[in-house]
Design a binder for this molecule. Structure first.
Ligand code: UDX
Length: 447
């Protein structure tokens, strides 16, 4: 089948590449000429395990092409996917200018029936605006071509996006016309084999499903972070509580890990956007507001703890920080807890020596001109002569380091573990002063 994807960002690239890999003929359109040139050379501008190989392979097979020529893209695909960015506006609402610009482009160039698919995460009601934008452009040309608008939200986790795409736990198709349901079903058939994972619904419900899912996951995290702060005060260990809670299948073990807050491109933005939509419709979403404010507060917990240990003035101090990305297996630093911690440390006069397995280039791009940040080549350089080690992301490579080497390299053997990577009793036995998240008095009273 012929597929066009507008937007060669994270979602667009994974979607286009996976459709091509299933044998479809895919054209990806982006307005960024430099990015398109890079992709034409087979260079992938984002870090996602497995994407490079899959993209180059399908490019060589001639099933995946990249262009800046929007008209060519509109003429090509029966399916026109909109996978452009929807950044947060100042007020937290999703900025739809790029989505609507693509819709108008489709209306300007289409010459036959088209299925316009909203892949970007967009507020409820956007499909209607996309439909109107395409229609206005057609009317301006005096054309009366048929088209449908479908909502097909993505549920891709960074670092596992290809797997999530080819082995989805659900494929949500929101459409108000049965014929598009059938076409979408055919397109997704290669990814819908073992049992039917396609869930058809009306457009607005599909749009809300995406936000509802991310808001629910963010709620689980903020709930656990709230409980971890409480556990600390009560002398309980949240990690033991977590295991006890998760054994109830109604609660489950997933997404109940306490930490130094959630980040990334989705949860912060989507919770804010859903909150904004609720306000627009005259409803005050108290729970959603709390999810967001608990997360903002959680990102400060490490900062408060550092001050409690070292005092308010951190002038002359140096901290080793492991984990800049918002989570493991990505180089993405959007809304990462590490940024809140580093910025607070700089504000208090400290220097930071940081290391991350993938996000060093990204850190250089964002903070490259800072004198008080040193980007280190490895784990151990980051702790050399530092007053403490701070762990912000639970990369696998951080789990079993050479603790003695770390203890010897640090000026003081202090570890602030924002992701509960290490058992407190082990750290204490190794001679560290150890601070976990929500680990109560377990340091003093190990099991
Ligand atoms: C998320 C959703 O999982 C995905 O379905 C959606 O399409 C996009 O948003 P992603 O942002 O890539 O994916 O990351 P995810 O793995 O969900 O983690 C988000 C954040 O939550 C990270 O900062 C992570 O560290 C944090 N987190 C996750 C916790 O603090 N505790 C947990 O138990 C799980």
């Amino acid at each position: 089948m012929k597929v066009t994807i507008f937007g060669s960002g994270y979602v667009g690239l994974v979607t286009g590449t996976c459709f091509a890999d299933a044998g479809n003929d895919v054209v990806c359109v982006d307005i960024d000429a430099e990015r398109v040139a890079q992709l034409q050379r087979g260079e992938v501008p984002i870090y996602e395990p497995g994407l490079d190989e899959m993209l180059s392979f399908n490019q060589e097979e001639g099933r995946l092409r990249f262009t800046t020529n929007a008209a060519e893209g509109v003429h090509h695909g029966l399916f026109q996917f909109i996978a452009v960015g929807t950044p947060s506006d100042e007020d937290g609402s999703a900025d739809l200018q790029h989505v609507l610009a693509v819709a108008r482009t489709i209306g300007q160039h289409m010459d036959d029936y088209r299925v316009v698919v909203d892949k970007s995460t967009v507020p409820v009601g956007t499909a209607d605006r996309v439909r109107a934008a395409v229609g206005e452009e057609l009317a301006a040309r005096g054309e009366q071509l048929e088209y449908d608008v479908v909502s097909n939200p993505e549920f891709l986790k960074e670092g596992a996006a290809i797997d999530d795409f080819v082995k989805p736990d659900r494929i949500i198709i929101g459409s108000d016309n049965p014929r598009t349901g059938e076409l979408m079903k055919a397109l997704y058939a290669p990814f819908n084999r073992s049992h039917d994972r396609l869930i058809a619904m009306d457009v607005r419900s599909a749009e809300l499903t995406k936000y509802a899912s991310n808001a629910m996951l963010a709620t689980k995290i903020s709930f656990m972070n709230e409980l971890s702060n409480l556990a600390e005060r009560l002398g309980a260990d949240i990690e033991q509580v977590r295991v006890g809670m998760g054994s109830d299948p109604r609660i489950g073990y997933h997404f109940i890990y306490p930490g130094c807050g959630y980040g990334g491109s989705c949860f912060p933005k989507d919770v804010k956007a859903l909150t904004h939509t609720a306000h627009e419709y005259g409803y005050q979403p108290e729970l959603l507001e709390a999810v967001e404010s608990v997360n903002a507060r959680q990102k400060q917990v490490l900062v408060h703890r550092l001050h409690a240990h070292f005092g308010e003035d951190l002038g002359g101090r140096t901290f080793g920080l492991w984990g800049l990305a918002f989570k493991p297996n990505t180089d993405d630093m959007r809304e990462a807890p590490s940024r809140v911690v580093m910025e607070a440390l700089w504000e208090a006069g400290a220097r930071v020596q940081a290391y991350d397995p993938e996000a060093m280039d990204e850190a250089e791009r964002i903070y490259g001109n800072r004198q008080d940040l040193e980007l280190c080549d490895n784990l151990y350089d980051a702790v050399e002569d530092a007053d403490a080690l701070i762990v912000c992301t639970e990369w696998q490579v951080f789990r079993s380091p050479d603790f003695e080497r770390i203890r010897d390299a640090l000026r003081q053997p202090v570890v602030f573990d924002g992701r509960n990577v290490y058992p407190p009793s082990m750290m204490e036995a190794l001679g560290f002063t150890y601070y976990g998240m929500g680990r109560g008095e377990s340091i003093r009273r190990p099991l």
